[in-house]
Design a binder for this molecule. Structure first.
Ligand SMILES: N[C@@H](CCC(=O)N[C@@H](CS)C(=O)NCC(=O)O)C(=O)O
Length: 204
């Protein structure tokens, strides 16, 4: 039985929800009210000392961090999404790091600044966000998917906060290749949205 410690507005949790849906796996979602401080309760801290969601349990195994969870799920249930050889896995890992660092330190905090009023250096977050979007747009001008010429967990890891970047007051209008990539993701079998993300292609 899979259990996801989850919040419906979390983009990091959405990476996991989206991939679980693509995999066609059912799971139990346990609501962790992060804005109310539920991530600091002792039972949760015992599971993740970093006090962050998402956390995934699969039977006796527990793993935290959205990128790590994607690697675990792919390796266990659909290995080619984590790369078919060392070269592919290395390329995919580059984008998982990009999701955690370049995106996680820019588009994610810019969004929580406007959504939750969290203390953030908003000018710095937006400047770094524009840089991340420019890098992505240039890369996606050369290829349809981030890695390996096909959809992989690299795309899933980068997708939510990029597609939600308007909520951090960073519109995507000047990033045409990013918009095309977002549209491709909404056409993936199993694609699901969350508030602020586009609906599955063909459903509007
Ligand atoms: N690197 C982590 C970041 C997780 C993260 O930032 N989670 C947020 C919610 S989206 C959280 O739990 N924040 C509470 C806190 O840091 O106190 C991941 O990719 O899962």
């Amino acid at each position: 039985m899979l259990t996801l410690y989850d919040h419906p507005l979390s983009g990091n949790c959405h990476k996991v929800r989206l991939f679980l849906s693509i995999l066609g796996l059912s799971y139990k979602s346990v609501f962790i009210d992060v804005p109310a401080g539920a991530n600091h309760e002792s039972a949760f801290v015992a599971m993740n000392p970093l006090r962050q969601i998402p956390v995934l349990s699969d039977g006796d195994y527990t793993v935290q961090d959205s990128q790590a969870i994607l690697v675990y799920l792919a390796r266990r249930y659909l290995p080619e999404w984590a790369g078919s050889d060392a070269f592919e896995s290395g390329t995919i890992m580059q984008w998982l790091s990009f999701a955690a660092n370049e995106i996680g330190n820019s588009l994610q905090p810019a969004r929580v600044f406007y959504l939750l009023g969290e203390e953030v250096d908003i000018e710095l977050a937006q400047r770094k966000g524009l840089r991340a979007l420019s890098l992505l747009d240039a890369h996606l001008g050369r290829q349809q998917w981030l890695a390996c010429g096909r959809p992989t967990i690299a795309d899933i890891a980068c997708f939510p906060y990029v597609a939600l970047s308007r909520e951090g007051h960073l519109p995507l209008d000047e990033f045409g290749n990013v918009l095309t990539w977002i549209a491709s993701i909404t056409r993936l079998p199993g694609y699901i949205d969350m508030p602020g993300l586009p609906p599955p292609a063909g459903t509007t």
